[in-house]
Design a protein around this ligand. Sequence first.
Ligand SMILES: *Cc1c(COP(=O)(O)O)cnc(C)c1O
Length: 421
Amino acid sequence: MSTNAKMAGSDKAGKSAHPSFAPWQSENGELLIGKVPVRQLAARLGQTPFYAYDREKITRRIKELRAALPSSVRLHYAIKANPMPAIVGHLRDLVDGFDVASADEFDVALDSGMSADNIGFAGPGKSDTELARAIAGGALVELESPNEMERTARIGDDLGVTPRVAVRVNPDFKLRGSGMHMGGGPSQFGIDAEHVPAVLRQLGDLSLDFHGFHIFGGSQNLNADAIATAEDQIADLAIRLADDAPRPVRYLNIGGGFGIPYFPKDTPFDLAHVGARLHDTVARLADALPKAAVIIELGRYIVGEAGVYVCRVIDRKQSRDQTYLVTDGGLHHHLSATGNFGQGIRRNYPVAIATRFGMEEEETVNVVGCLCTPIDLLADKIAVPAAEVGDLVAIFQSGAYGKSASPEGFLSHPGVKEALV
Ligand SMILES: *Cc1c(COP(=O)(O)O)cnc(C)c1O
């Protein structure tokens, strides 16, 4: 019998069941991922720890986005959030394009079968080799500096190709409520808005095929109103900058930054609100820049909630007044869950005993990894059903910035596996 975790939890000890558990099903107390019981999945993979991504949840998220956003808006997946080839392959037919931030990500994007016409390449510090790979492969190069613009033109000449380019703009306003700012003040990203007109005039004299602008304000934002306002300001800025462009704007990447809730007090992102306000913004753009395709690029929002990190309890010990569940996982696989990837203060990700899912909470424990460092803390004083050695632990909201954002070599423990289920 399948039970909804929240409902099962509300039975007895459910008062503190984490909101992020609600969408996940269980069967006889075992978490199901892509309908597969978690122990069976562990047996199939032949090891813990592993990341498992629920294919259906990714598909559903794209459907929600399509339903909420204006139909003319093109949806891109930012591969940086999770570059697993199976995920990128799954998304190939669901999104309109990919954004990559390295030449190797570009390879993953092309291997999926996505046309280079729909791949943008952003990121500071592109080497000549990376630029050559991007230009030869036909990516849209998002220029991060005047120097990069000149090198792109020169490398294009060498290759006998006219590079497709957009100008990445560091906006002159800041996005409110963002976990990670990437605009507003001084920044290594993009060209300051006030310098863009001069750069555009220079661009017109080089053999570069100008497509438009890329303006990205920040990441992990749960404030839908702030995002909608930023999108509006980005539209204004693009319309203003277009006056100095060598050709009509055909490409306008207005960023993304939609966040997902990690902590009990986080309010889920109000997608409907952003969608509604974006209709006006898009109508204004259609008037002012009629040739411009409007792109929203999202990473975390597409894959973050679909992923679970699973590790096994190796030891259970008491120290003074506290109980520790020691697992075979840790920050070498999942740096974000320990609060060491871009978070200001350390808070617990949603963590549950996957083999006693939705059961009554009986004790308070700390869940730690196997690394010999005190920062390897996966959960700090959480209420759980009494767990034993051999039980599996699940960390939810782990589909983005997991494996590829973690220092897998640190302390030379075995690596982590991944499965798209
Ligand atoms: C990191 C990044 C993204 C993805 O951000 P998410 O918060 O994962 O959606 C998109 N665009 C650019 C330019 C980025 O640097």
